[in-house]
Design a protein around this ligand. Structure first.
Ligand SMILES: Nc1ncnc2c1ncn2[C@@H]1O[C@H](COP(=O)(O)OP(=O)(O)O)[C@@H](O)[C@H]1O
Ligand SMILES: [Mg+2]
Length: 370
């Protein structure tokens, strides 16, 4: 994330008083399908909040509940402290961008952007300056007379964004708006979108299934699976301190090491696996007993490889050259361990399948999974 003058928008813990969107025990059923299971959620004012999870986990349903396109089967939704459960979409003040963009093909760019203002019966005289200002914000000043099919994919994206922000919504809802773009344009739009959001300060709920995109853009991420929130936190918290195996493996790669708890002390535990032992910190939610079998997550990029020194010896099973990194899979005491080595220098030794090498990492890189 690029630095900005105010530092992190959301460095302080969420305060209910400034939550722009709040879900209280929200459940959503579609017939037999339980799409959301008692969801609790708080989106702090002004923050960029991402819902991240695989297809079908309930992201769009969550967004549609904020918009009022759907109503909860149970629980309450609040926007800016006002209970809106049951309030229809047209009485909620949100801007929305869909993956399909849904631009009106027969309307010009300016007419597309003016649409929300007309719906809100804004004075005709005030519409043109607002449209111009919104188009300027997305760097499309002078494009008002064009039609959507005369624009590139990235420009269409910006029109959809201008249309969503022109009436100064309380909340901006974005449902995978970048996923149809190719990688380079997507990365560029990620930066633009985030800069625009910072400038406007509009509370934004962003849906994506792309881990890197969520990590890059968000103040907070809610990782979802199967209608539940697995973990909510800052990107670095979620990545460095995953609380479930799902989070550890869905966000980037993780080694999941099977271990046994040998001793417990306040705040830490002594664990053994594959013939080695280590002290690990005890996360609040992790309450094992002595002798329990547990799992530890270890990021592959935290693993160091050396020909002679380390904590455990491994035999190389697979080597994949990936440009910026080399990915190794090693067998260490019967446990498969993946190591992602930066290709910052030519390795001072050869690593081919069958070779042996020593693996090491810092103890605090091992994260117990409750
Ligand atoms: N209108 C609907 N009728 C029936 N099932 C639905 C409806 N909308 C969503 N679902 C189901 O709810 C679950 C969550 O869907 P959705 O929120 O669209 O997931 P995501 O956006 O994360 O891919 C899925 O199992 C989906 O099939
Ligand atoms: Mg969806």
């Amino acid at each position: 994330m690029e630095p900005d003058s105010g530092g992190r928008v959301n460095a302080a813990p969420a305060d209910t008083g400034t939550a722009d969107v709040r879900f209280e025990q929200v459940e959503k059923r579609f017939g037999e399908v339980l799409a959301l299971r008692s969801l609790d959620l708080e989106v702090p004012r002004g923050s960029f909040f991402s819902l991240l999870g695989p297809s079908g986990c309930g992201k769009t349903t969550t967004l549609r509940l904020i918009a009022g396109f759907e109503q909860p089967s149970r629980g309450e939704v609040y926007i800016r402290g006002r209970r809106v459960t049951g309030v229809p979409a047209h009485k909620r003040n949100f801007g929305m961008v869909f993956q399909s963009l849904a631009l009106f093909p027969h309307l010009s760019v300016a007419q597309n952007v003016a649409f929300g203002l007309k719906m809100r019966r804004v004075d005709a005289a005030r519409i043109a300056p607002k449209v111009d200002a919104a188009l300027d914000l997305v760097a499309l000043g002078g494009f008002g007379r064009r039609y959507p099919n005369q624009l590139s994919g990235g420009q269409q994206q910006r029109v959809a964004l201008a249309r969503a922000i022109v009436f100064e919504p309380d909340v901006l809802l974005l449902d995978e708006p970048l996923s149809a773009l190719d990688k380079l344009l997507r990365e560029q739009m990620q930066v633009e979108l985030r800069q625009l959001q910072r400038r406007l300060g509009t509370t934004t709920v962003f849906v994506t299934h792309d881990q890197e995109e969520a990590l890059t853009m968000s103040d907070s991420i809610a990782v979802m699976s199967d209608g539940r929130i697995q973990q909510i936190g800052r990107p670095d918290d979620i990545y460095e301190r995953p609380e479930t195996e799902f989070v550890a493996t869905f966000l980037g790669a993780s080694n999941i090491l099977p271990a046994r708890v040998q001793r417990l002390e306040a705040g830490r535990a002594y664990v053994a696996f594959a013939g080695i032992t280590a002290w690990v910190d005890r996360p609040a939610r992790w309450r094992p007993r002595q002798g329990d079998d547990v799992k530890l997550a270890l990021r592959p990029e935290k693993v160091r490889v050396d020909p002679e020194h380390g904590r455990i010896e491994g035999r190389v099973r697979q080597v994949v050259y990936r440009g910026a990194q080399t990915h190794l899979c090693l067998d260490a005491g019967g446990v498969a361990i993946n190591a992602h080595l930066p290709n910052s220098n030519v390795l001072p030794f050869r690593l081919d399948p069958g070779a042996t090498a020593w693996l090491d990492w810092n103890d605090d890189c091992m994260v117990p999974l409750p």
